[in-house]
Design a binder for this molecule. Structure first.
Ligand SMILES: [Cu+2]
Length: 106
């Protein structure tokens, strides 16, 4: 009687990249060096296929495989590289070691 039951299942398969998810993460930084550092830190996380940080908006765009990693893991890696995220903050020592042009706190 119900013909609609199939519809939900097919939605998953519309994209070519089977598992990829897109996410945006707020990440603090200031210059082009920060952009390189943030994107490199994110891409070094296994499962991340794309990372692009917008300097003006302070937002990191991500494509990743949710079977291999999570936004949480990526945020941790970015914080470890010296950049604050919503959830995880960089250690003071790590932050202090950043070049002067990269200081984004105050
Ligand atoms: Cu910088």
């Amino acid at each position: 009687m119900e013909m609609d039951a199939q519809h939900n299942e097919t939605d998953h398969m519309t994209s070519g990249q089977a598992h990829e998810k897109h996410a945006m993460l707020n990440v603090k930084g200031s210059c082009e060096m920060c952009k390189d550092r943030i994107e490199k830190a994110a891409k070094e996380v296994e499962g991340v296929s794309f990372a692009s940080w917008e300097t003006e908006k302070q937002v990191l765009h991500l494509n990743y495989d949710p079977d291999k990693t999570s936004v949480d893991d990526i945020a941790k890696a970015v914080a470890k590289a010296g950049h604050d995220t919503d959830k995880y903050k960089a250690d003071q020592a790590t932050y202090d070691a950043l070049p002067a042009c990269c200081k984004y706190r105050n």
